[in-house]
Design a protein around this ligand. Structure first.
Ligand SMILES: [Zn+2]
Length: 66
């Protein structure tokens, strides 16, 4: 039997910029991050986490996305 694939979406709709601290709710894009081989219960499970990437709305901030 093969492994299972589990897709989890991080459901945050807003986040604070790590540089300027401004809260942004503007999602730039969503990225997929693969976490392989968790080995839960002796089975290979491929976990894919979908994380939103935010656009910093602070014009004075050098960081555009986070
Ligand atoms: Zn910022």
């Amino acid at each position: 039997m093969g492994g299972r694939r589990v897709i989890a979406a991080a459901n945050s709709s807003e986040a604070a910029c790590p540089d300027c601290g401004v809260i942004s709710a503007r999602v730039h894009q969503r990225t997929r991050q693969r976490v392989k081989d968790l080995g839960v219960g002796g089975k290979n499970i491929e976990l894919i986490v979908i994380k939103p990437r935010f656009l910093c709305t602070e014009v004075a901030c050098a960081r555009r996305t986070f």
